[in-house]
Design a protein around this ligand. Structure first.
Ligand code: CAA
Length: 282
């Protein structure tokens, strides 16, 4: 099946980034969320990103207008009936994602691939909510999506080879480099990244160093583009905690226990950049 129309469920920081790269590759995009204000905010973010590129002379005003013209917004999941491929990028919440996949399964044509941008929920568990587990796959983009080259492509136990090769080719069409992972908690990216971030939070909790010292060590000592605490603020501390909980419950290994300080920040509503306060103030 030729993919002409690409559906994105969720217009948040991941969803609008995915919509932008899909539209930039020439596909027609339907970007869906539950409220008009959410899709409008997502579209405003895409417009801002593109305007920055126009101002820098990296994109023409004509191409900007054409790209934006390929993105339709929607607040009704039933609009996904027109999509040839759908990626879900809703909040990292299991019951919510399960319901979306159940609904997409009834809305989308048979054979349409349903991908999830989940950062840690098992693909097999999501696939089993549908009657088409062979067409369900993980398509894990990195934040900020327009900048980061990687997409982790995760095969569930039942994912077919056709689904895998179609998804892989789509990542390449988007100008991304895919990497294959199997369906274990955290896959590859977050199995490695999140314990490092969690350990940085433990360093702060135990008073080993200030937030600035911890981030400076990793930036200048290890050449990371940003320190782990600043990165946690970018990802969202609620997402970081949810991923650590998934690793901890999935492996039952104490090395994945979330730092109490991370939990305390999340309980206080200090979720990082998106709420104006995390390990830093914005
Ligand atoms: N959206 C779109 N473009 C953005 C952007 C955003 N949010 N942030 C920065 N950019 C663009 C800028 O416009 C600029 O573009 P040009 O090169 O075309 O001019 C380019 O990125 C570089 O930006 P800056 O010069 O402002 O800043 P920088 O060089 O410090 O880079 C960064 C910013 C790309 C975020 C960099 O700090 C970085 O790579 N940080 C690490 C990000 C990372 O690790 N992401 C993975 C998170 S884990 C994840 O996503 C998975 C998960 O499940 C948790």
């Amino acid at each position: 099946m030729e993919i002409k129309t690409f559906g994105v469920v969720g217009a948040g920081q991941m969803g609008n980034g995915i919509a932008q790269v899909a539209a930039a590759s020439g596909l027609n995009v339907i970007m869906n969320d539950i409220k008009t204000e959410f899709v409008e905010k997502g579209l405003a973010n895409i417009t801002r990103n593109l305007q920055r590129a126009v101002d820098k002379g990296k994109l023409s005003a004509g191409d900007q207008a054409a790209l934006l013209g390929r993105i339709k917004t929607s607040v009704n999941l039933k609009d996904m009936a027109a999509a040839d491929f759908v990626v879900e990028a809703a909040t990292e919440n299991e019951p919510l994602k399960f319901q979306i996949f159940k609904d997409l399964d009834t809305i989308c044509r048979p054979g349409v691939i349903l991908a999830s941008n989940t950062s840690s929920i098992p693909i097999g568990r999501i696939a089993s909510q549908t009657g088409r587990p062979a067409n369900v796959i993980g398509m894990h983009f990195m934040n900020p999506v327009p900048v980061m080259k990687l997409v982790e492509v995760i095969r569930g136990l039942a994912t077919s080879d056709d689904t895998f090769t179609t998804t892989w080719a789509l990542c390449e069409k988007f100008g991304k480099t895919p990497a294959e992972a199997n369906d274990y908690p955290g896959f590859i990216a977050n199995r490695i990244l999140l314990p490092m971030i969690n350990e940085a939070v433990y360093c702060l909790y135990h008073g080993v160093g200030s937030r600035e010292a911890i981030d400076t060590v990793m930036k200048l000592g290890m050449n990371h583009p940003m320190g782990p605490l600043a990165l946690a603020d970018l990802i969202g501390l609620d997402t970081c905690l949810a991923i650590m909980e998934t690793l901890y419950s999935g492996f039952k290994d104490s090395k994945y226990r979330p730092c109490p300080l991370l939990r305390k920040y999340v309980e206080a509503g200090w979720l990082g950049r998106k709420t104006g306060r995390g390990f830093y103030e914005y």
